[in-house]
Design a protein around this ligand. Structure first.
Ligand code: NAD
Length: 420
């Protein structure tokens, strides 16, 4: 028996559970098709970095399922990312796109490198090297990347530039990548979309239970794009952030943290490292501190069988992908801690990526107000779908979300037919 479950084990376990809930609706041979990624590719990148030497990096692209449309999913840059992690994340993207109702399949990419150890120049070279090597996989009708952990909108701008340059055009026809700078065809509000979506999901779920965010104590793990924007949006909606962490440091103060100072420090220094604005706390203890809403917005497998019994939050909003293991899920459910599942909670990003995709395809421009309005409508609508399904069938929100998502992909597969 393995000491700990991987992201892929967790993703497979979540799918297995959904398939059980779907029962005889999906025959076994089709279930195997749903489980198995369509394509897993390992690439070798060997750019010459600014030190004049050739450096070799591994990268992965996984297309899990494209029954609903071109594969969509971010590029993770991390020294520890594996092909199996990318497979798990691609699979989660298949369900997320199907649940949030955009015509995309699930894909993901990974670059095995530590962004914190690269200069801005070297990171640009690496991103361009990835784009050149992965060019045949990236296309508006095949796989459309976006930012994920360790990559950002600047990197997406370089990807667009590298592709249009290699095609010999000033721009690309159609959307090869989303999450770009607005000036290069990006959409206003994309960078904030995932974090805003997390806050919208929290507000909507509390509303459905007859509560609101006023004075609610919030802990956010991860202070990058998703975590910092979610913290801001949750405070704007009336909550009080009492704990935050990033990879370097963690802070907790039951009276509330000076969020503006933390945001300013992170914007200036790229992380919370060296920040003295609040009382520090050991990383491992932060998730277990008392709060009303816990937002894991860092990485996978953070809430496990080991710490789930000690989590004091009443609601967990999964900003990160796969932060809760299936074992932790069972423990939390027994303890009455509600989890807004990742494929719903953090789907605001891919929804606004879809708006960017359509905007670029049609050479239109949307305002941030339009984007926020459409994001709000979609998050509310999909929360209603998941929570009504959960209520009717007496399932957890995760089971309900997976049921609706997998069923949609299955319907698309059926509509396409099985031949040849
Ligand atoms: P990011 O790189 O901008 O930020 C990640 C943050 O997590 C950083 O502050 C980092 O220091 C912190 N971190 C890493 N390990 C940590 C640990 N062990 N404890 C505490 N903090 C830790 O990444 P992001 O784009 O904000 O993505 C965060 C999560 O949200 C990932 O799981 C990602 O897959 C998921 N997600 C992102 C998007 C998006 O649009 N960016 C969309 C959906 C889901």
């Amino acid at each position: 028996m393995k000491a700990s479950l991987s992201l892929l084990d967790n993703a497979q376990a979540n799918l297995a559970r959904a398939l059980t809930l779907l029962g005889r609706e999906i025959p076994a041979d089709w279930a195997t098709k749903l489980r198995t990624p369509k394509e897993r590719t390992e690439l070798r990148l060997s750019p010459q970095l600014r030190d004049g030497r050739i450096h070799t990096f591994r990268a992965y692209i996984v297309k899990h399922n494209d029954a609903l449309g071109p594969c969509k999913g971010g590029i993770r840059m991390s020294p520890t990312v594996t092909l199996d992690d990318v497979t798990a994340l691609a699979m989660e993207m298949t369900w997320k796109c199907a649940l949030i109702g955009v015509p995309f399949g699930g894909g993901k990419a990974g670059i095995v490198a530590d962004p914190a150890q690269l200069t801005a120049d070297d990171k640009q070279i690496l991103i361009r090297s990835f784009t050149r090597t992965a060019h045949r996989h990236i296309h508006p009708l095949v796989y459309v990347p976006a930012p994920d952990m360790g990559t950002n909108e600047t990197d997406m701008g370089y990807i667009k530039d590298a592709i249009s340059y290699s095609l010999g055009y000033a721009t690309t026809q159609g959307s090869y990548v989303t999450g770009k700078p607005v000036i290069l065809g990006g959409i206003p509000g994309r960078r904030e979309a995932t974090g805003r979506g997390v806050a919208l999901a929290v507000v909507e779920v509390l509303r459905r239970h007859g509560h609101n965010l006023a004075g609610a104590q919030i802990i956010v793990q991860g202070f990058g794009n998703v975590g910092s924007v979610a913290a801001r949006a949750l405070v704007d909606a009336g909550g009080v952030v009492v704990g935050v962490s990033d990879a370097h440091t963690a802070f907790y103060d039951a009276r509330g943290l000076p969020l503006d100072d933390l945001l300013r420090h992170a914007a200036q220094h790229g992380s919370l490292k060296g920040c003295r604005a609040a009382p520090p706390i050991a990383h491992a203890r932060l998730l277990e501190k008392p709060c009303d809403v816990l937002v894991p917005a860092a990485t996978g497998n953070q809430i496990t069988g080991a710490n789930a019994p000690r989590i004091k939050a009443r609601l967990i909003a999964e900003g990160a992908n796969g932060p809760t293991t299936p074992e932790a899920d069972r423990i939390l459910q027994r303890r009455g801690v509600e989890v807004i599942p990742d494929i719903l909670c953090n789907a605001g990003g891919v929804f606004v990526s879809y708006l960017e995709y359509t905007q670029e395809t049609q050479a239109e421009q949307m305002t941030e107000q339009e984007v926020i309005y459409r994001l709000e409508q979609r998050m509310r609508d999909r929360c209603a779908l998941v929570y009504e399904t959960a209520r009717e069938r007496r399932w957890s929100p995760r089971d309900a979300a997976m049921y609706c998502a997998v069923k949609n992909v299955w319907r698309a597969l059926q509509a396409r037919g099985a031949l040849p």
